[in-house]
Write a new protein. Structure first.
Length: 293
């Protein structure tokens, strides 16, 4: 009887767990749709910015803008400081989502340090911050207030100090470690170089015929910081959408696994109960036969 009670307790526990994981799966699915809409909405603006910059940048203009210039390596007197912005989530229960981003950040940090750079890490999200603090690494800045609804203002707050430092020649580069939202099931980590700005190549059709006012130089002066802020914003919205996709997948797998465990426990309980009933019947029959004999 004691084992039957234990099995019934485990069955109730697994049933409760399955209810929780199923609810989290439904919540993640609901949030994923809204986050996915933000990703889709951000793409046309980013592509338009990219096309305009591709048409405006010339080799002569590129030399005039600090955000386009590539600094010399540290061995040749260039700046040693380099920045890495790591985007992770504030919550777990998303499978290997955060672990993959942290692994990508560590890979990039090790690569930069091997080149002679001193890496400053900017942590966005509790999971990444907590991991590197556990390793004893000091972070240049921490943000845990952005969550899964990032805004353009958030992106500006993150990157503005880095834009000023890079323009002043204090930074060798800025990398953004984010998740790529390819689909709800495919959210690989990626490192995106946001500074220096890599001028996009012109499309096959060549430059379009613009009427520029006041000048290409004045327009680029405004567009380049905007382009960098938009790259950070896209990283934020793609990572947020990827988090919901990863959590939905993880919770669906957990719900399916709980169902399989539940079926196994029920079969075990039923077999044990049948054996117990058979034994009780045998005891009753045996007792009755003994009384008759």
């Amino acid at each position: 009887m004691a084992k039957s009670r234990q099995l019934k307790g485990r069955i109730r526990s697994v049933q409760n767990t399955r209810k929780i994981t199923k609810t989290m799966e439904l919540v993640a699915t609901s949030k994923l749709k809204r986050a996915q809409d933000r990703v889709v909405a951000a793409r046309p603006y980013a592509e338009a910015l990219r096309d305009v910059i591709a048409d405006l940048v010339t080799p002569e203009l590129a030399e005039r803008f600090p955000l386009l210039r590539r600094p010399a390596p540290p061995s040749r007197g260039g700046p040693r400081r380099a920045a890495v912005i790591l985007l992770t989530s504030n919550r777990g229960l998303a499978g290997g989502f955060n672990a993959n981003l942290i692994k990508e950040a560590r890979r990039r940090i090790e690569s930069l340090e091997a080149e002679g750079h001193v890496v400053e890490l900017y942590g966005i999200g509790k999971k990444g911050i907590g991991f590197f603090k556990y390793l004893g690494r000091t972070l240049a800045a921490e943000r845990t207030d952005i969550g899964d609804r990032p805004t353009v203002e958030h992106a500006g707050e993150i990157v503005e100090p880095l834009l000023r430092a890079y323009a002043a020649g204090e930074l060798a580069g800025v990398d953004l470690v984010q998740a790529r939202f390819l689909s709800a099931l495919s959210t690989p980590p990626a490192t995106v170089r946001i500074l220096p700005v890599e001028a996009p190549g012109q499309k096959a059709g060549g430059a379009r015929d613009y009427i520029l006012a006041p000048s290409a130089e004045a327009i680029l002066e405004q567009l380049l910081p905007l382009y960098v802020r938009n790259a950070v914003y896209r990283g934020l919205v793609e990572t947020a959408a990827a988090e919901h996709g990863a959590r939905r997948t993880a919770m669906k797998n957990a719900t399916d696994n709980a169902g399989e465990i539940l079926e196994l426990l029920k079969r075990t309980y039923n077999r044990q109960r049948q054996a117990q009933i058979t034994q009780e019947i045998a005891e009753i029959v045996g007792g009755a036969a003994a009384l008759q004999g």
